[in-house]
Design a binder for this molecule. Structure first.
Ligand code: ZN
Length: 309
């Protein structure tokens, strides 16, 4: 990555490779200092130079070990790893001679994180990096005397190498974000249909009004929001997912607005919405997008949205 680089898709930061030039001198599960651990030692283009590296995601410093130029960081939110997993990242970097990290320091994705060095037990200038795909910050010695995390993954399973020049990759199967597209949605083929924060979307379909909340011009719809009227009625759901009716137009069930009076009834009326909305947030587990309709934030299933140019 380069300084200041950011990558956010579907509401999650992509965990990026911190190095602009990556020359791996020792791979994961090596013979001596990497035995039993999934660390990489990385130097830059020219050996002996203390190149800077950058925060792979927005992170907070949890621990420092100044005697070995070492600092432990954790992502502020869950991130997307190169193997597709979405979870917290906890990672250790080592050998920075002029370490400026301190416990509690917060960096944004792309901010300066540290420099390659030879502080501590290091052979030549490099950065030792080790990554756990979890928020478990346990740091312990394994049976070979090397420190490690629980749930460590090989760096190529962790970071995307967008704008990283791999000079020596030691056979690692590194990928970029373009090789890991998000879930595609049906609809318009004018745009990629990958919905992310900031995408412009329209409602796709004709929707039956399940229930009307009188006096507030709100309606409920099972298709769009997933809470059924019967669950609401039987108090199995705390709240109905109310949607402002204002931007919707009454139609018949075939989508024609001819001879409709725009007086909408729960259980018998159909509506469409031709407006364009900007996606404010994404929730991957439920495949939902947050939109603001008439000043009210609502979550709707992405299946019923399509991206527009
Ligand atoms: Zn190392």
């Amino acid at each position: 990555m380069y300084k200041g680089q950011k990558s956010v898709r579907g509401g999650y930061e992509d965990f990026l490779c911190p190095f602009t030039d990556m020359y791996i001198t020792q791979g994961a599960n090596g013979t001596v200092s990497h035995r039993g651990i999934l660390a990489n030692d990385v130097r830059g283009r020219v050996s002996g130079i203390r190149y800077p590296y950058y925060a792979p995601c927005s992170s907070k410093c949890l621990k420092v070990y100044p005697e070995s130029g070492q600092s432990m960081w954790q992502s502020l939110e869950k991130v997307r790893f190169a193997n597709g997993r979405i979870d917290y990242a906890t990672y250790m970097i080592a050998h920075d001679n002029d370490m400026v990290s301190y416990v509690g320091k917060i960096v944004d994705q792309g901010d300066f994180l540290g420099s390659m060095g030879d502080k501590g037990n290091a052979t030549g200038v490099h950065c030792h990096i080790e990554i756990s795909q979890s928020n478990d910050s346990s740091w312990y010695k394994n049976q070979y005397g090397n420190y490690m995390f629980n749930n460590e993954y090989n760096p190529y399973d962790c970071y995307f190498v967008d704008y990283t020049n791999i000079i020596q990759g030691l056979g690692g199967d590194f990928i970029t974000t373009s090789e890991a597209p998000l879930i595609e949605l049906p609809g318009s083929n004018a745009v990629d249909q990958i919905i992310y924060v900031g995408s412009k979307v329209k409602f796709d379909g004709i929707f039956k009004v399940d229930i009307i909340k009188r006096g507030t011009n709100l309606f409920g719809n099972t298709l769009l929001t997933g809470v059924s009227y019967s669950n609401y009625y039987n108090e199995k759901a705390k709240d109905y997912h109310w949607i402002p009716l204002d931007d919707f137009t009454e139609v018949d069930k075939y989508g024609s607005s001819v001879s409709q009076d725009d007086i909408v009834y729960g259980g018998s009326s159909y509506v469409i919405n031709k407006n364009i909305y900007e996606v404010k947030e994404i929730d991957i587990p439920t495949n939902s997008a947050k939109l603001n309709l008439n000043g009210r934030d609502i979550w709707v299933f992405s299946t019923f949205l399509y991206e527009v140019g």
